[in-house]
Ligand binder design. Structure first.
Ligand code: 5AD
Ligand code: SF4
Length: 468
């Protein structure tokens, strides 16, 4: 979401004459858009500010000025502290206020030394006042925020405090924005929200729409080839959403569904509102509706009080489910969250051991998943030229980068199309493929297809079965 927010900040600042710069060297303004989710992410802000100092000094020596702003959730949570700790910072603003950037910038420009702090809520104002999203040149994929904030209050998490309570944008606005993105060449939209499947935006007839209904309407947009959404909570996977996964070919069979832990005791302590078996059942139902569905997840190791047995339960869940990828973190104490005041904090050495065991298991699953698609035919959305001459890069339904040898003179007509390709090999995390027509006939008559789908839960020759 920070990537999306940063792009929107650039949209807000464009009318003022600001454009994106590749380096801070000669920048007139630097905005650090920050994340507060774990301590490491928050600490990065101060080290980045330190690195900016010489650039800011050089700019001053040259007789001009570099405005420095800290945005995002660290700004929201620690605004006053940033002002006190980093006097070089001119503006501090939270994730719900960046539509007011023009006012803030003009104030900062007028008054050298005056510090600007804006960490107000709520989210409604922001979306009402943001300019239309611009499609960056040639982009075929785009994020689209439909929901922000969270009411779940997992005991380890700062999101309900930094992003605020759950808010859904009206479905009509979302559809309008999606149509405009597609008219500008976008072919894949990833719907964003901290708790995206809690979406309940107002629909055309004044009734609330859930995420499933929204996806069904989006799927009607001609030219939109792929729909994704992230991040979901298992509790909010309802019957309608499971049915949508079965019914909508445009809804990609790749779902990020964080579970955090496989131990019921820890899940309860985390206030996750589901058990490990609830999660297994949801995954079973999703896979029944969409057999080629692949899953990714987030995991936390070393939550206060986590025992060896609790951790073993997590490894068991991972083995049962079989993931195509995952993010895994050591529990990080976040000030102000209920878990931070628990006494049974887990030793860092134990956390490290558990993290590495979990990482090993998840990485081996990811490798097996990637290897399982070799030899299969998959629809690839072609996104951009590759690093090498006569190469195009696209994405599989599972977001794997796929490289194709395509003569340069055909790139312009092929970027933004979905073609069926036979996956020929795997190197690291990258796949290499041949358009299916080329693979079959030896000609270069690649045409546009959008039907065939692999079934990653089928074991490929010599590969372990990777899904439950
Ligand atoms: N410590 C470690 N990981 C955390 N996450 C959220 N809060 C914490 C924390 N305090 C992880 C969760 C979440 C992901 C975005 O970040 O796994 O799903
Ligand atoms: Fe944080 Fe996600 Fe839990 Fe909400 S559901 S509190 S965003 S971990």
């Amino acid at each position: 979401m920070n990537v999306y927010d940063s792009e929107r900040m650039a949209d807000v600042l464009a009318p003022l004459g600001y454009g994106l710069s590749d380096s801070p060297d000669d920048a007139d303004m630097v905005i650090l858009n920050t994340c507060h989710i774990r301590e490491k992410a928050a600490e990065k802000v101060y080290s980045d500010l330190g690195r900016l100092k010489p650039h800011q000094q050089k700019k001053a020596e040259d007789g001009s000025r570099m405005i420095i702003a800290v945005a995002g959730c660290v700004a929201q949570a620690e605004g006053d502290e940033i002002m006190a700790r980093a006097p070089q910072v001119d503006m501090v603003f939270g994730p719900q206020t960046y539509h007011r950037l023009p006012e803030m910038v003009s104030k900062a420009k007028r008054a050298v030394g005056e510090k600007i702090l804006d960490t107000d809520f709520p989210a409604e104002d922001k979306f009402d006042h943001l300019p239309e999203e611009r499609v960056r040149k040639g982009e075929v994929t785009s994020f689209l925020t439909i929901q922000e904030g969270c009411d779940k209050f997992c005991t380890f998490c700062v999101v309900p405090y930094t992003r605020g309570s759950e808010f859904s944008r009206p479905a009509t606005t979302v559809l309008q924005e999606a149509r405009r993105l597609v008219a500008d060449g976008v072919r894949e939209i990833t719907l964003l929200g901290q708790n995206v499947n809690a979406y309940h935006g107002e629909g055309a007839e004044g009734r609330e729409w859930g995420l499933a209904r929204l996806c069904r309407e989006l799927a009607e947009i001609d030219g939109l080839e792929r729909i994704r959404y992230t991040t979901s909570h298992p509790r909010d996977v309802d019957d309608a959403l499971i049915a949508a996964h079965g019914d909508l070919p445009k809804l990609m069979p790749y779902l990020h569904l964080p579970v955090q832990s496989g131990s019921d005791r820890i899940l309860e302590a985390m206030n996750r509102k589901h058990t490990a078996d609830d999660y297994r059942r949801i995954v079973d139902r999703l896979r029944t509706a969409r057999p080629d569905l692949a899953l990714t997840s987030d995991f936390i190791v070393g939550y206060p009080g986590e025992s060896d047995q609790d951790f073993a339960d997590t490894l068991k869940l991972v083995t049962d489910i079989g993931y195509a990828g995952a993010f895994f973190f050591k529990y990080s104490e976040r000030p102000g969250t209920p878990a931070a005041s628990l006494r049974e904090q887990v030793d860092d050495a134990v956390k490290s051991e558990r993290l590495s065991a979990l990482q090993q298991l998840l990485e081996s699953q990811q490798e097996a998943f990637n290897a399982s698609v070799v030899g299969k035919t998959m629809p690839i959305l072609l996104e951009k030229p590759g690093k090498h001459e006569n190469q195009l890069v696209g994405r599989s339904p599972y977001l794997q980068p796929v490289h194709l040898d395509i003569p340069e003179n055909r790139h312009a007509s092929m970027i933004g199309t979905v073609i069926d390709c036979k996956i020929s090999s795997l190197s690291g995390h990258s796949l290499f493929a041949v358009p299916i027509d080329d693979a079959e006939s030896g000609t270069d008559s690649a045409t546009r297809h959008n039907t065939a789908r692999p079934n990653p839960s089928e074991p490929s020759s010599g590969q372990e079965r990777i899904s439950a």
